[in-house]
Write a protein that binds this ligand. Structure first.
Ligand code: 6R9
Length: 635
């Protein structure tokens, strides 16, 4: 019998030891006992980090939607699979049972087929958090098409880059979206993006806000009439374990986003196993993750992980502040939510508001609280623990990445004693290592270093779409025979991990990973700008905010500074999205550079955070004098 469900600390240690001693054996038992395969694998694992190449369950065949839907129909057909809570609290929530989900996914899959989508084709999904979003992912998976969800807060140009990169044949969108009191014209953004996307043949449009939009002839069609006509059953396409399931883009340190490619069998096994254990999910629970499906958290822990376990998963369309700051807690009370998973940035924002917004609701249904996306500070952790969990719910601080596909380091609630700001211990099968700058592993406890993973796990990304060399350079070149996460971490006296933050050029703002390079590119396109550098600085609510150092061209010198600031932020909004706007913009005459011409962000970061005590060695700079000047003129 496999240890699919860990129930106490001793069991965790025992399972962990076994998972490390013989990983193949460990994952094989879990895969065999808890999932539906059409054909068994030839090998559990084949791997070589020097290439890098990783294959899990190769030779096996399956369809992930059979695992997420069909196999539940006999046992829990009438159970709610997706519980949709609309933006407007006066609009009724929608309970979609497993039987209904089966029908809606089948219909959608038949529409995709009818519109010419075949196994392996890429479909970009640009939808708000409405049921069609989850259903469209599953419909793609039903027919073996590769979905690539683009967060519906991204700009036309960001959307276009992603569509072009994966050469999508179809885009699925909606007329618009609700976000609190606002509506957003999604279709307009898609139209603009598609001006430069020749591979897209069809656009399917879901109706959500009933706005007056134009459909382009021979390209755009309303989705609903097609669904109404479609047949309610669709034979699943059987795919290989290593066939791609989805591509999800994440920011990198150079301009172009990285299309992380995830495959089917291993991703399914790991997202399901980690969901079950990290949330201690039980049959009668109502689980809610507040992320957007546009991020990896939504893929693994709103859609695939929960549904593979036959869970009830809540999908919330709105924002935590609408109609007021009590909305999250009102929903917890209304649907008797048992597991609640959110981001530190949301916790900090809510903790700033009047506590009555929390206390007026009955939160006694809650059993487990989770956080993800960035380090959680001690204050926010305690607020979450005291006021939401009422000191009664373990907090799982889950560390992982788009690239890892599933949660890697996290307490197992009711087993692992929690410790504020610590993600604690690796899940079974995960082998972390801390490395020093010379590439040596730092053993023992009470040490810190760069966080790497030594051994493959089933849900790791297999490549960057269309650029395997970049995959190798980014993740497998810094340290020999290791996956490098880009994060720094420390290991305390009992072996608990605490993630200290990125060691590369990615800044996390309100839980969103923003690469410095694409933002700088957007700023530099402004006609008055010569050069720029951005860094993060601590911010009460967002975790980090962005500080831009901008050098103007001579022609820009005479311009009004505040107008320029507005124009630069507008430019960023258009190119990337409003989340990447700068909080502060300082105009400077030079940027500190190394002799090889690389901007020393380390120094700018210290200046932006007002940490001037130890700027480190500036003598190696090409232009040390600019540092004093930047400090003198700091905002
Ligand atoms: C799932 C997700 C990945 C980066 C990661 C790290 C940061 C995520 C964290 C955390 C501290 C946690 N991060 N969880 N840092 N504690 N519990 O967020 O994926 O968007 O790819 O971001 O987020 O820096 O490397 P993704």
């Amino acid at each position: 019998m496999s240890n699919y469900h860990i129930k106490h600390l001793e069991e965790y240690f025992q399972v962990y030891r076994r998972s490390v001693r013989n990983p193949e054996n460990f994952w094989e038992e879990i895969a065999e006992e808890h999932f539906l395969w059409r054909k068994k694998w030839n090998n559990v694992l084949e791997w070589d980090f020097s290439k890098p190449e990783v294959k899990w369950f190769s030779g096996a065949q399956l369809n992930i939607t059979e695992n997420c839907i069909d196999r539940h129909l006999h046992v829990r057909g009438n159970k709610t699979a997706i519980l949709f809570e609309p933006n407007n609290p006066d609009e009724a929530a929608e309970h979609i049972s497993y039987l209904e989900l089966h029908k809606r996914v089948s219909k959608f899959a038949n529409v995709l087929k009818d519109k010419g989508i075949k196994k392996g084709d890429r479909v970009v999904i640009y939808l708000p958090m409405i049921p069609e979003l989850a259903i469209s992912l599953l419909a793609c998976a039903r027919i073996g098409a590769v979905h690539s969800v683009v967060f519906a807060g991204f700009s036309a140009s960001a959307l276009a880059t992603r569509i072009q990169d994966c050469e999508a044949k179809m885009v699925i969108t909606s007329d618009g979206s609700y976000r609190g009191a606002k509506t957003i014209d999604l279709k307009g953004i898609v139209d603009e993006a598609l001006e430069d996307c020749p591979t897209v043949e069809k656009v399917l449009v879901a109706k959500r806000i009933h706005s007056d939009i134009k459909l382009k002839e021979n390209r755009d069609e309303w989705l609903q009439p097609l669904l109404d006509e479609a047949y309610g059953d669709c034979v699943p396409e059987i795919v290989d374990s290593e066939d791609p399931l989805f591509i999800l883009y994440t920011s990198g340190s150079t301009g172009k986003p990285k299309g992380m490619m995830h495959t089917t069998g291993g991703y399914m096994v790991y997202s399901a196993y980690s969901f079950k254990n990290v949330f201690q999910y039980r049959e009668e629970d109502v689980y809610w993750c507040t992320a957007d499906i546009g991020w990896i958290t939504g893929h693994s822990y709103i859609v695939y992980g929960p549904l593979a376990n036959g869970a009830t998963t809540v999908m919330f369309e709105g924002v935590p502040s609408y109609p007021d700051y009590g909305r999250f807690w009102e929903i917890v009370q209304k649907h008797k939510v048992t597991q609640f998973y959110t981001a530190p940035t949301a916790i900090r924002a809510l903790a700033k508001e009047n506590i009555d917004f929390v206390t007026k609701y009955d939160l006694s249904s809650l059993k487990v609280l989770g956080t993800v996306g960035e380090p959680i500070n001690e204050e926010a952790w305690h607020w979450y623990n005291d006021h939401v969990g009422e000191k009664n719910c373990p907090i799982v601080d889950t560390w992982w990445q788009t690239e890892t596909g599933g949660i890697m380091i996290s307490p197992i609630p009711f087993s692992t004693p929690t410790k504020p700001t610590y993600a604690t211990l690796p899940l079974p099968g995960i082998q972390p290592a801390l490395m020093d700058e010379n590439g040596k592993e730092i053993k023992g406890n009470q040490v810190d270093g760069r966080l790497c993973i030594k051994y493959p796990w089933p849900s790791m990304a297999r490549t960057i779409w269309g650029n395997h060399q970049r995959y190798k350079d980014t993740y497998f070149s810094a340290f020999e025979n290791m996956y490098f996460t880009g994060d720094g971490a420390l290991r305390d006296e009992v072996g608990y991990y605490r993630i200290t933050g990125r060691v590369d050029d990615v800044i996390i703002v309100s839980g969103h990973n923003l690469g410095t390079a694409p933002i700088e590119d957007a700023i530099n396109e402004h006609p008055a700008v010569a050069e720029s550098a951005i860094v993060g600085f601590p911010h009460d609510i967002k975790g980090n905010a962005l500080y831009g150092f901008v050098i103007l061209k001579e022609t820009g010198e005479s311009r009004d500074r505040n107008n320029l600031r507005n124009e630069i932020n507008q430019q960023i909004s258009d190119k990337i999205g409003p989340i990447a706007k700068l909080n502060k913009i300082q105009f400077v005459t030079g940027l500190p550079k190394t002799r090889s011409g690389k901007i020393m962000r380390r120094i700018l970061r210290k200046i932006a955070s007002n940490d001037l005590s130890n700027l480190g060695d500036t003598s190696t700079l090409l232009n040390p004098e600019v540092v004093d000047q930047i400090i003198k003129e700091k905002l």
